[in-house]
Ligand binder design. Structure first.
Ligand code: S3P
Length: 433
């Protein structure tokens, strides 16, 4: 897909106000389709995120012969009762811009009796896959990818996966989840050791669907199993989407908002920990804890102080680092973010794109190989040339928040990339205006 649209970014002269339920969590929505597809029975998923990325996962499973119905934000999946009842897609699977679909499906589909081709858009075709192809190949998967590393690729027919002991060289929930899916289909116990604890939605959902993994800190043991029972999944609001409004409310004078039923999984709540460190006040109410914890977050405008963010803290906030950089431009003092080199291989090189774009608005940011140094207390201004999402949804939304803080009239190029994770972002922002 090419992202072409240029938009006038909105303003909120009186700050942000009111309540909003942000759309469902992207990571959990993807996984609900995958577990639903291999379970016995009909899985119903409420508050599913109907964004481009998750629709690519649904599209792939439909091509594999799974019956999936969508009505409003409810998705119904007729489970196949195991990994071995799919039909061969008659077209290559289109992964769009979705790294999660690609990496998770590589492990999930690594033991099928037929070849499967996959392709993606220009940005996804530049993102590294050796991090999953190498360990999956050790397990016996047969994948031929461009330069052994990139889409397009072919996952060849395969009837054997061997269990492995594997230490993940990167802190990545996508890699971990891919290897968990493969481990469930292997010939023995697979032992995985994470570099750092990453989001655990796959593990939690396997448990919800009646499966079992053994976990101890960074160690996970996967025992082969494919008897999962269909479930009702209620997807909490995506904390990565809520984060745009949390930072907007904290940084735009006069704001006070409540975000309803936001996912509060501890492996994902790094944006709240960063706000705590910056001295921010917010309240959490109406907490619930089904298979994933959630609650309402209320936050208003306040002053922030600079922080240090280090490698160990990155996984819980990996998608929100661009917003921490933005908040840091408004904070008192110098913020240093390190150990965030994974940002270089996201939908764009986010260390480069965040720096390039916020500098257009007057921010004082120095990019580092693994992070940023940000001198705070900057009055951001309208960019004299259009801002650019560079086709990266999270950069587009972060820049929209930057324009709210500037109270400016900036334009945003390639704005439609936002539909990758948050198609109704501008409507929801209007609801809070
Ligand atoms: C995701 C894991 C993270 C995150 C991505 C979604 C997931 O990627 O950035 O948006 O759903 O597992 P990495 O595994 O590359 O860190």
């Amino acid at each position: 897909m090419k992202y072409m649209t240029t938009v006038d970014l909105p303003k909120v002269p009186n700050g942000l106000h009111g309540q909003l339920a942000v759309p469902g969590d992207k990571s959990i929505s993807h996984r609900s389709v995958m577990l639903g597809a291999i379970s016995k029975g009909t899985t119903v998923v409420d508050h599913f995120l109907l964004s481009d990325d998750c629709l690519h996962t649904i599209g792939a499973f439909r091509q594999l012969g799974v019956n999936i119905q969508i009505e409003n934000d409810q998705v119904t999946i007729e489970g196949k009762g195991g990994f071995n009842h799919f039909t061969q897609p008659d077209q290559p699977l289109d992964m769009g811009n979705s790294g999660t679909s690609t990496r998770l499906l590589l492990g999930f589909l690594s033991k099928q009796p037929f070849d499967i081709e996959m392709f993606g858009d220009a940005s996804l075709s530049k993102r590294p896959l050796d991090r999953v192809i190498n360990p999956l190949s050790k397990m016996g998967a047969n994948i031929s990818a461009t330069d052994n590393n990139f889409l397009p690729l072919t996952l060849h027919a395969n009837n054997q996966l061997n269990a492995i002991d594997y230490k993940l060289p990167v802190a990545s929930a996508q890699v971990k989840s891919s290897l968990i899916w493969a481990g469930l289909q292997a010939d023995g116990k697979t032992h995985l050791t994470e570099k750092l604890i990453t989001r655990d939605h796959t593990e939690k959902m396997i448990d919800q669907f009646g499966g079992h993994l053994d976990q101890d800190d960074v160690n996970i043991t996967v025992t082969p199993q494919d008897q999962f029972k269909a479930q009702h999944v209620d997807v909490p609001g995506d904390i990565s989407s809520a984060a745009f409004f949390l930072i907007a409310a904290a940084c735009v004078p006069g704001s006070e908002i409540t975000l309803k039923q936001v996912g509060l999984n501890q492996t994902r709540d790094g944006i709240l920990q960063a706000l705590d460190k910056m001295g921010a006040q917010y309240t959490i109410s109406n907490e619930s804890n089904d298979s994933e914890p959630a609650g309402d977050i209320t936050i208003g405008y306040q002053s922030l102080t600079a922080i240090n963010v280090e490698a160990a803290e990155i996984p819980a906030v990996v998608d929100e680092v661009p917003l921490i950089v933005l908040a840091a431009t408004q904070a008192k003092g110098t913020t240093i973010i390190s150990g965030a080199e994974e940002l270089r291989v996201k939908e764009t090189d986010r260390i480069a794109t965040v720096t390039e774009e916020l500098i257009k608005m007057g921010a004082d940011i120095t990019p580092k190989s693994d992070g940023f140094v940000i001198n705070g207390g900057t009055k951001l201004h309208t960019a004299s040339e259009p801002l650019d999402s560079h086709g990266d949804h999270r950069i587009g939304m972060m820049l929209a928040v930057a324009n709210l803080i500037a109270g400016g009239d900036s334009l945003l190029d390639n704005a439609d990339s936002i539909s990758v994770s948050y198609p109704q972002f501008f409507e929801d922002l209007k609801q809070l205006s």
